[in-house]
Write a protein that binds this ligand. Sequence first.
Ligand code: NAP
Length: 306
Amino acid sequence: MYRIGVIGLGKIAQDQHLPVIAASDAFTLVAVSSQRGLSVPGARSFRDHAALLAETPDLDAVAICTPPQVRHAIARDALAAGKHVMLEKPPAATLSALSDLTVAAARRGRVLMTTWHSQYNAAVDAARERLAGETVTRLFIEWKEDVRKWHPGQAWIWQAGGFGVFDPGINALSIASKIMPRPLLIEQASLLVPANAESPIAAELRFAGPGDLTAVFDWRQQGGEVWDITVETASGHRLVLSGGGSRLTIDGVETVAEAPREYQGIYRHFAALLDAGTSHVDARPFELVADAFLLGRRTSTAAFHD
Ligand code: NAP
């Protein structure tokens, strides 16, 4: 059993990491750190990651579930303390910070893993297999949700480095970058930024062709979320991944529909990486978002109030 600590006990730690670790036969939770002083029965509790690292020397690994802006500094400290590191998505606030962590992990012989949870779906794997060798004529990513429902009170998402609508949008890009038979490149981006925010509430992307390859992200959705990716091929097939990657329909026929077990897959993968002593760093979804910010034409829109 690998002895793991969880840093930051917010929504995703409580919804997924803690229950999945509790049910895992590869990991045991030995410590948590929570700025608010939350605790988990059976695990030691600390107010910050530095105390957790200093006072739990027999820890093997940490999962960093904080907002992205502070992930690099925490991951650096964990690697320096000799721990393996799982990074929640997005893996850092900047590409250079992720590169730095990759180098630091390799230098110290520690395992570093980026988690793109949406990639851990059987429907996504099936889509990737079905698209291998195909020519894609159309890609349409439609990722729309109500920010008030999914991110209530999360001030960090509106700040620089919080990614705004790309916080969920990067999940779509993590799927698209996994299933597309050739690499996606951003050609155009437009970003709609509320007057009182530093990050976009909506965005549209066009990817370089051949083919008509686009994405729409919107946090102003009312009446139910849409997390769909449609792909059409030159051979005349139409694949629709819906429900955030959990269902695949090919030419109108549902071929995979599974209740999401993304975090079980993430922890199985982390255990396999730890067994093998190998890192897994996938920067592609992150590069696409960074490029959208580099190329993006920004338009100001009405102030947003939670
Ligand atoms: P959240 O509910 O705001 O939780 C983040 C937690 O991190 C906070 O509750 C706080 O926990 C800790 N924290 C906040 N600021 C910190 C700081 N400056 N230094 C150290 N710790 C700090 O956010 P979340 O939704 O869990 O998202 C966290 C990350 O997981 C994000 O990168 C997000 O993209 C990713 N994610 C979220 C979801 C989701 O459904 N929400 C799904 C997949 C991935 P303590 O007070 O306990 O320290």
